[in-house]
Design a binder for this molecule. Structure first.
Ligand code: NDP
Length: 311
């Protein structure tokens, strides 16, 4: 019997915990504040930022939002970040990526005060994560850890394979699974586009985290019986192409009406035949990312204001 891990349910629980912490901070006269900065007219980035702002409203966090034109000079963004760094009502700062080409991404990550870097991408925070002393765990991999915990899957002593080595998902995921801490203690293999015989690696895994951005690349034939499969991938695929290729009937949701469907990096149906537990797409890792951003923001407010909360 395969457990389908319900990310919406786990994310709702985390959001309730965050709201309770925000209430506790409010009692002490502190309103946690998250500032988002968008320097793009990309529709997906606009959607992500508005979802983050909505989540703030729902969890008792004061959201503020700043938009710059993608044609503005880089200094306009750095000035904005500096102002937010100095604003004591703002505890967390998030610059929505990607930024335009004329703005150096690494400089943006370095510009944010590490204490307010709720994404956890500042080099100081990356270093702390690797050293096993994380200040803010990056939201998506932290969400994966929470999903494993909710599914009663303890990585300790297990073989974990992470497919993908990006700075925002694959590498921090591998680090978290490796740490000598609860939620870690796995033996970790990190795979990427140059890995030879990926299937041989995933087949020996007890836990597979797929974060490659390649639609349905991990299928049941690449997995062992009883494996836990966490699918981080979010890929838009053309519904018409999928139907003509003989794929399954597309799911009946709003995205299908728009002509595309969201699929993960895992072929859910065949993987489910092998897995002991598996996350769906959508409704798996996706809802966790924003929940963990709210979590990090409340943690930031608690630490900056010296008010203890139960996180
Ligand atoms: P990146 O494109 O930055 O990284 C992809 C990684 O996968 C790279 O390390 C790449 O290898 C590796 N890769 C690509 N193709 C293959 C292959 N055929 N075999 C093995 N490895 C491969 O993506 P992200 O890490 O940013 O995101 C990964 C996926 O997760 C995307 O679908 C993204 O949309 C999704 N995502 C979902 C989130 C959520 O909240 N659910 C949040 C963030 C991302 P190499 O390094 O060699 O190029």
């Amino acid at each position: 019997m395969t457990t389908v891990i319900d990310g919406n349910e786990v994310a709702d629980r985390i959001r309730s915990e965050v709201t309770a912490c925000a209430d506790r901070l409010a009692e002490a006269g502190v309103t946690p504040g998250l500032a988002t900065v968008l320097m793009s007219d990309d529709g997906a980035s606009e959607t992500y930022v508005s979802m983050k702002q909505r989540a703030c409203e729902e969890t008792g966090i004061e959201g503020s939002h700043y938009e710059l034109s993608p044609d503005d000079p880089a200094e306009a963004l750095f000035d904005r970040v500096e102002t937010l760094n100095a604003d004591s009502s703002v505890h967390g700062i998030l610059v929505q990526m990607p930024v335009p080409e004329h703005v150096e991404t690494r400089r943006v990550l370095r510009a944010i005060d590490p204490a307010k870097d709720v994404d956890g991408f500042h080099p100081e925070n990356v270093g702390r994560l690797v050293a096993g002393n994380a200040r803010y765990k990056p939201c998506t991999p932290h969400g994966v850890q929470k999903l494993l915990e909710a599914a009663d899957v303890d990585p300790e002593g297990k073989d974990a394979v992470v497919v993908g080595r990006s700075d925002i998902v694959g590498k921090p995921m591998a680090n978290l699974l490796l740490q000598k801490q609860p939620g870690g203690n796995a033996t970790v293999t990190v795979c990427h586009s140059r890995t030879e015989d990926l299937a041989a690696k995933t087949r020996q895994a007890d836990i597979v985290v797929a974060a490659a951005g390649v639609p349905e690349m991990v299928d049941g034939s690449m997995l062992s019986e009883g494996v836990t499969v966490i699918d981080v991938g979010v890929n838009r695929v053309d519904v018409a192409e999928r139907s003509s290729a003989g794929s399954r009937t597309p799911s009946d949701d709003a995205d299908t009406e728009k002509g595309y469907e969201l699929v993960g990096d895992v072929d859910f149906e065949s993987a489910k035949e092998k897995a002991g537990a598996i996350t769906p797409v959508p409704g798996g890792v996706g809802p966790m990312t924003i929940a963990m951003l709210m979590y990090n923001t409340v943690k930031a407010a608690s630490e900056q204001e010296g008010v203890a909360v139960d996180l």
